[in-house]
Design a protein around this ligand. Structure first.
Ligand code: CA
Length: 241
């Protein structure tokens, strides 16, 4: 499987630390972006999908806690590794409380930080690539699956859509994986939340709606009269190839 490079966003205002992180992450063959303040981080995450965010707590303007809180509030569950200062133990508790997944204490040991990032990314790619399917949630799909006039390629994340060949987001790919492996069956929103977002009890199902809207834009001539991605009122969806 030719996986694409993991995308990492570094949010750090101290130039020396930021440059060091970017350099070392690029050496690990990650696709690295840098935001030097919280507002910029919020803007970049709204425009692009990242696989991991390395987020410094002490930032000018909007601090790391607020960035984290706002991301979770808009249903962005990208894993966040917070960089917190040793002198501020409360930061750790607060960071986890507002939705960070893990933290690393500054000054950090670079090798350890890189290892933690790697573990996090590996976990994330299992989640989105479906390689974890030993549980048998859905049967194994071929790498490329065709339906109607379209296709989706699960190894490159590319799809032939109404707009030609485009790269789908990780969530879109994960939802398509569920749809294509369970064609013609009713799939509840809760099932999608569980399998794609791992959030069975999350009250906010708008995350599902957003991905469905995007997928319909890609694969439906007329979103109001879908041929493939049908709504099952009050329940969820049914995909017909
Ligand atoms: Ca800082």
């Amino acid at each position: 499987m030719t996986a694409r490079k993991p995308r990492v966003l570094v949010v750090e205002d101290e130039e020396a630390i930021a440059q060091g992180l970017v350099l070392n992450l690029e050496r690990k063959d990650y696709d690295v972006s840098l935001a030097t303040d919280g507002a910029q981080a919020l803007k970049m995450t709204a425009e692009e999908d990242f696989d991991l965010i390395l987020l410094d707590v002490r930032l000018p303007e909007v601090d790391g806690f607020e960035v984290c809180r706002q991301l979770r509030e808009r249903s962005d569950f990208t894993p966040i590794l917070m960089l917190t200062a040793r002198s501020q133990p409360d930061d750790i508790v607060y960071g986890l409380k507002v939705g960070a997944d893990d933290y690393v204490i500054k000054p950090f040991d670079l090798a350890e930080l890189l290892a933690r990032i790697e573990v996090r990314l590996r976990r994330q790619s299992w989640k989105t690539s479906g390689e974890e399917s030993s549980e048998g949630d859905h049967p194994t799909l071929p790498t490329r699956v065709e339906f109607g006039e379209f296709w989706v390629d699960f190894s490159t994340f590319q799809a032939l859509t109404r707009e030609g060949i485009v790269e789908l987001s990780r969530k879109e790919i994960a939802v398509m994986r569920v749809f294509l492996s369970r064609a013609n069956q009713v799939i509840t929103r809760r099932e999608l939340l569980t399998q794609v977002w791992e959030l069975p009890n999350h009250p906010n199902t708008r995350v599902v709606d957003n991905v469905i809207v995007a997928l319909r834009k890609s694969f439906e001539e007329n979103s109001w009269r879908p041929k493939h991605i049908h709504s099952v009122r009050g329940v969820g969806y049914r995909f017909t190839p």
